[in-house]
Design a protein around this ligand. Structure first.
Ligand SMILES: *Cc1c(COP(=O)(O)O)cnc(C)c1O
Length: 384
């Protein structure tokens, strides 16, 4: 096998147009040329976030923006509420604890979406809660949390809603301003079709007000300083210039496709993947609210899932993601976000069928692919 396929929920494949833009000579960042690149990127990011606020561009992986989201709006000893339904929910808790915040958790069974009622109950129980932290798409379980319903609760209270949109922004509609999200975070290596290295964050009016009062220590990720940069078509520190050059092109590609089409594409690829899983008799980890970014399928109990994952990655050269912690060896996560299209799903399903067959699982080859194709056929362009 000579060809490799990257089908994990981050990092995701990067389109050739974006790779080419990143290969251009590095220009200086305090120049009119780079200011123009930033201006164009800023416009595309606002559209993507559904906000009229500034979207800050940070040189960091997604976790950097998560940490900045915590340190910019809170003060030592503040009470916060974290929706913890997987590895990334757990990350909110660990960041908040690292900064000495008082964390209350709404613990959600892995693979399930949070019930908004549980958040409402917790907010009643802890009325001093300053902020609620949640993932829009909990990538470790491939479940979607109901952000609009949670936003209904926080916008009526004096609690900020901080959303990790890292496998949601650019995958599904998540209009920050309209929903009343106070802080929205994403990263470059998921739906934005870029390599890792950039993180993005936007703050609502009331989150900016909180940023003025917040007393947690911050320096590199001081959002007030970055915001000043945006106004001046600049950045506080040396930006990841080549990645920003790529960002401009990636955003232009998304705009050319049209965001509603981008969301519909993700939904279609997810539906096709789920149909394939069902046809193969594989259950989903998150059947109730499956994420359109990636699909987690439970492997038959008698299959060594870690060995299957490694076989796919090292011998077939198809890289999915496995399960973490208690899900290790039990699931395969098939990504269909970012630079992903119908034939990526066909490849993913074909590889999974072949690997299962190789591991002695009784599968009818082509059965999953056929089911996926029947869904994908609905998304084909017209004949003429
Ligand atoms: C990928 C991801 C992250 C970010 O991780 P980094 O490795 O720091 O980029 C955070 N949250 C979610 C939901 C993710 O999918």
């Amino acid at each position: 096998v000579i060809k490799s396929f990257l089908l994990a929920p981050g990092p995701t494949p990067v389109p050739p147009e974006v790779l080419a833009a990143m290969a251009l000579p590095v220009i200086h960042h305090r120049t009119p040329q780079f200011a123009a690149v930033l201006a164009e990127a800023e416009e595309g990011l606002r559209e993507l976030f559904g906000t009229s606020q500034d979207v800050l561009i940070l040189a960091a992986s997604g976790t950097g923006a998560m940490e900045g989201a915590v340190t910019n709006v809170l003060s030592p000893g503040d009470e916060v509420l974290v929706v913890n339904g997987g590895k990334f929910g757990e990350r909110w808790t660990r960041i908040c604890q690292a900064y000495g915040l008082r964390v209350h958790e709404v613990v959600v069974e892995w693979g399930r979406p949070v019930a908004p009622q549980m958040v409402a109950t917790a907010l009643d129980e802890y009325p001093a809660t300053r902020a609620v932290f949640v993932q829009a798409s909990e990538t470790s379980t491939c479940a979607l949390h109901p952000v609009p319903a949670v936003a209904e609760l926080t916008r009526r209270r004096d609690a900020l809603l901080v959303v990790d949109g890292i496998t949601a922004v650019g995958v599904l509609e998540l209009p920050m301003d309209r929903l009343g999200i106070d802080v929205l975070v994403t990263g470059s290596q998921k739906a934005l079709m870029l390599p890792p290295g950039l993180a993005f964050v936007a703050l609502s009016e009331r989150a900016w007000a909180a940023a003025e009062r917040a007393r947690l220590p911050r320096f590199y990720f001081d959002f007030r300083r970055e915001r000043k940069g945006v106004a001046e078509r600049s950045t506080a520190w040396t930006p990841a210039i080549s990645l920003v050059q790529g960002l401009r092109v990636a955003l232009a590609m998304l705009r050319a496709e049209g965001l509603p089409n981008v969301w519909a594409r993700h939904e279609r690829l997810a539906c096709a993947t789920r149909a394939a899983a069902a046809a193969l008799g594989l259950r989903l980890l998150a059947p109730e609210a499956p994420s359109p970014a990636a699909t987690a399928v439970l492997l038959p109990a008698d299959v060594d899932g870690s060995a299957l994952f490694r076989y796919l990655r090292d011998r077939m050269r198809v890289t999915f993601a496995g399960g973490q912690d208690r899900l290790k060896g039990k699931i395969i996560r098939i990504a269909h976000l970012g630079y992903a299209d119908a034939f990526d799903v066909v490849t993913a399903v074909a590889a999974l069928e072949l690997a299962l067959d190789c591991f002695g699982v009784p599968v009818e080859l082509g059965r999953g692919v056929g089911a996926a194709e029947r869904v994908l056929a609905g998304g084909l362009p017209p004949r003429s």
